[in-house]
Design a protein around this ligand. Sequence first.
Ligand code: PLP
Length: 371
Amino acid sequence: MSAPPRIPVAAPVLDGRERDYVLECLDTGWISSIGRFIEAFETAFAEACGVRHAVACNNGTTALHLALVALGIGPGDEVIVPSLTYVASANTVTYCGATPVFVDNDPLTFNLDVAALEARVTPRTRAIMPVHLYGQPVDMDGVLEVARRHGLFVLEDAAEAMGARYKGRPAGALGDCAAFSLFGNKIITTGEGGMVTTDDDALAARLRLYRGQGMDPARRYWFPVIGYNYRMTNIAAAIGLAQLERIEAHLAARRRVAAGYDARLAPLRERLITPVTAPFADHVYWMYTIQLANPDRAYRDQVMAALDADGIETRPVFHPLHTLPPYVRSDAPPLPNAELCAARGINLPSHGRLTEADLDRVAASLSRALA
Ligand SMILES: *Cc1c(COP(=O)(O)O)cnc(C)c1O
């Protein structure tokens, strides 16, 4: 008997009008960063997030950087970032010449611990970057209250959370602005791509200025500032528009997968923790993330190796950024929850193409590995 096919941790679902729209770009010649799909995608994205503006970028990292630049973050400034996140959250702060200041997270939801936030504010703090990790929104009222008290900007890193809601309000509409990633493994994709959303007209104008090399919109080839080329192509936007047309199906597929895992893993509850969702959160399960009861990292790695041997790809939870070489500081406070989650956390295959039989296989393999 041949081995069953490998189950990847992530895979795009391209079952809408992606192909038709991309062919339209090729047939009309609009393959660069001008064309009808850019405008249509930005308009539809802004509407989906319930904001006035969406500015398309060539990836999620440039979207984050562009947002920080447009907010005026620069040398000497500090931005509070959770330690448990993807490295781009902090790197983009560093690109601005500013310093990311790391905050710990809740050990069960993975999201930044609002109670720990205020202690990280200094006279140099300019902004807070809540990251809706793995698709679950942060406790934004708490974040906004600290921001208001200290006059700080709030930039959501919503890279993993398209479609998520906090108290019914969409991710992307919860702070001054938000950045999304549209990489191939995210909730919706353009291949590589990103988006910045905001309700602030002046901020949107700055985002567009800096995205387009800094060229004055009223005076061609006049550059009042040093900008960037962070534009999205019409081809990428064509894929994105087709993805967005089916956003409800993409979200429903992820919720089906999460519910399927919840039911199958319930008998293992002595040995692992399934995702915990806060009462205010509509989670979109970018990653279905379990934590083993045994907090030993070597044990976790053994479990992942056992799943791998059964043809199941998994990912470890992110290394806390305060432990990475560019960001280690001898005088930094310990962030024990970030380290605990990183040691015992596993992202299971989490995407809309998983079948019930795939979920059976993952659950059976985990059950054997934890026996
Ligand atoms: C994916 C991701 C990014 C970066 O997006 P890219 O499109 O890969 O550049 C930033 N922050 C978080 C939390 C992410 O998951």
